[in-house]
Ligand binder design. Structure first.
Ligand code: UFG
Length: 337
């Protein structure tokens, strides 16, 4: 079996995926530019798996660095492509940075894969490609539509990949993640944002007393309690979907697209209540205005992933919130503490 290149290999989702892959016996090569991640995460994955991981500091925007990596690692047979910038608000403020990083980085990766004859890839896509769907749950054949530059880059990266796969006979699995949350049950690895943009990391920091209160972005949405509804997926379940995707590439060619979510939606208030229950004290919150670009409700139909990938989410809301709280409590300063 060849080696698997993990781009963005020090990031939140990659760290959890790396643990699952090493457990299954995969040999990994990690590449990261550390613009949004830490070497400490990689060290801890090594600690959890008992295996030191090969790590290269590489920026995908630099094609020479990427070529050098492939030259030094001739046994790479497949790639899991996580590396990307992912903050929606920042992408609106700095669109060129997003296009350059996400698109140039991906083009360089695909070009070097082509040069080196690597033909298998699992791609981190996002439910953001469904925009504001006409109905829920969303299926993989629903129309795609970007509402911000970040979403646009994910859509473009999918499209470029599908064209390349067709032209070059690549085998590609595109995973469209819903809202990844939670942490490894050891409490050693988890999400470590500099400033939390997403709901659960923010709620964790409020619960820990690092921030004063959660601002709930609107309570006048067309949902049962007026707050936004999303399909939260435990990051360890998500990690396991990547193992299944790699297994499938060995037996099934062409391009496949799968929703990776639970199929269940929870509101912002339900998430805050669950967190308050688990951490043992009320998490303070206040209703504020809607966040620009938000939508009322999105959750996915994960039937195709179950049927074709043999994957389904096993962990529920309790496990998501409890693991997020354990990570927060044990690592109040993230990987810096
Ligand atoms: N929310 C708050 N307060 C906060 C943060 C979020 O009320 O401080 C609400 C949002 O309005 C939304 C829900 O919590 O209703 C979830 O918001 P997140 O920012 O956690 O997640 P989003 O669904 O907005 O976006 C996430 C990722 C995107 C990805 C998208 C896919 O951030 O990268 O899911 O659906 F594209």
């Amino acid at each position: 079996m060849g080696k698997i290149l993990i781009t963005g290999g020090a990031g939140y989702i990659a760290s959890h995926t790396n643990v699952e892959l090493v457990k299954e016996g995969y040999d990994l090569i990690l590449a990261d530019n550390f613009c949004n991640s830490s070497r400490e995460a990689v060290r801890r994955v090594g600690e959890l798996t008992g295996k030191e991981l090969s790590l290269y500091e590489v920026d995908l925007k630099n094609i020479e660095e990427l070529r050098a990596l492939f030259d030094r690692e001739p046994d790479i047979t497949a790639v899991i492509h996580f590396a990307a910038l992912k903050a929606v608000g920042e992408s609106v403020a700095k669109p060129l940075m997003y296009y350059e990083n996400n698109i140039t980085g991906s083009l360089n990766l695909y070009r070097v894969m082509d040069e080196k004859g690597v033909k298998q890839l699992v791609f981190s896509s996002s439910a953001t490609v469904y925009g504001d769907p006409a109905t829920v749950p969303v299926r993989e054949d629903f129309p795609v539509h970007a509402t911000n530059p970040y979403g646009q880059t994910k859509l473009m990266m999918e499209q470029i990949l599908m064209d390349a796969a067709k032209a070059r006979g690549w085998d590609v699995t595109i995973l469209r993640y819903f809202n990844p949350v939670g942490a490894h049950d050891s409490g050693r690895i988890g999400e470590d944002p500099e400033y939390p943009n997403n709901l659960l990391p923010f709620v964790s920091q409020v619960a820990a007393g690092i921030r004063e209160k959660v601002m709930v972005f609107g309570n006048d949405w067309d949902t049962p309690d007026g707050t936004g509804v999303r399909d939260y997926i435990h990051v360890v379940d998500l990690a396991k979907a990547h193992v299944k995707a790699l297994e499938r590439l060995k037996v099934k060619g062409g391009v496949s697209i799968f929703n990776i979510g639970t199929g269940k939606g929870y509101s912002v208030l339900e998430m805050i209540e669950a967190f308050s229950r688990i951490c043992g004290h009320p998490v303070p919150y206040e209703f504020g205005p809607r966040r620009s670009g938000d939508i009322a409700t999105v959750y996915g139909d994960p039937t195709l992933a179950k049927r074709e990938l043999g994957w389904e989410a096993e962990l529920g809301l309790e496990e998501m919130v409890a693991s997020a709280w354990k990570w927060q409590s044990l690592n109040p300063k993230g990987y810096r503490g």
